[in-house]
Design a protein around this ligand. Sequence first.
Ligand code: ASP
Length: 338
Amino acid sequence: MTTRNPVPILAIHGGAGTLLRSAMSAEQAAQYEAALHAVLQSGEALLASGASALDVVTEAVRQLEECPLFNAGKGAVYTADATHELDACVMDGRDLAAGAVAGVSRVRNPVRAARALLETSRRDAGPVMLIGPPAEAFAAAQGLESVAPDWYGTEARYQQLLKARQKLAQGGGGGQALLDHDGAALQAASGPLDDETKFGTVGAVALDAQGHLAAATSTGGMTNKRPGRVGDSPLIGAGCYANDATVAVSCTGSGEMFMRAVTAYDVSALMEYAGLSLADATRKVVMDKLPRIDGRGGLIAVSRDGEVSLAFNTEGMYRGSVRAGEAPVVAIYAEGGA
Ligand code: ASP
C-alpha cells in the first residue's frame, strides 16, 4: 500500500503541567526519566522485531498504566467521591478502527479493554465505545484482569485529593477539578512537575515498518473530578487519533478544552486539508488554538513520514521517543528551560 520505507518510531508521554522548580530534585526527575526510558526501550525492541504500531502503543500504554508515577491505571487520581474512574482509547491508522472505554473502576489495564473493543468492533461491527460496568463486564469476558476498585489508589494521590479539596474550600484553584500534575503542586513536591498543575494522562503514538500508524491514550482524569465526568482521553479525535494518511496523536491537558477543540483530529485535518507540515500543525493547535480557549497541556504526534512532534504549552511534559535501532531520548522540561 505504500512505497515508503520508514524507520519505525515510538513516542510516549506521561502528562504535562506546571513546573515547580523548587520542588524538583534530581532524584525525582531521574525516577520519571527512568520510567519513560524503560517503556521506550521495550517499545524499541518490539518495533525492531517487526511488531505493529497498534501492538506497540497498546503495550507502551499498558506499561505506563502499571507505573504509579503516572495518572493512569495504578496511580490514577481520585474523583470528588474518593473513587477512581478510568478512561482509555486505542486507534489503528490502517482502517480507522478504534476502541474506547470510559468510567471504568475494575479493569486493571483500561488500554487493553479499549484494544479488545477495537478488535471486536472491527470483527463484528460492534460498538466502538463502552462505559462503566458494561465496559468492565466486556473486559472480564475478554479474559482481562479485574481488580478491586481501590486497587488504583496510592497514598500520594489521596493526599493530592485532600489538598485539592482544601484548596478549593479556600477558594483557590479556579475550578472544581485539577489536572494531575497541576494537582500535585498542592501537595508538597512529589515530582519535578508541580502535581497540582500537571495533567498526568499517558499516551503513545507509533509508526511501524509497514508504514502504519497507531495511537493510544489512558487516564484517571482530573483530581477531584465530578463522578461521571469524562474528558478528552477516550474520545476519538479529541484525546486520541490515528490515520495512516496523516498522523497519530495522543493528548494530555485540560480535557474539556481538548474536547471542544477536537484537538487530535484537528492536527490531522490541518495536515490533510490545509497541507501543513506536522510541526506547523501541532504548533498551531497547541500554541495558538488551545490557548485561545484556555486549553493547557500538550500532545505527542508521529506523521506518516516518521516525523515526531512533542508539543506543549505548559512548563513541562513527561515525554520521550525512540527510533528502531537507536537509543531513547527522554525529557521533562521545555527545551532551554532553566
Ligand atoms: N486530559 C485528561 C482529562 O481531561 C487529563 C490529563 O491529561 O491528565 O481527563
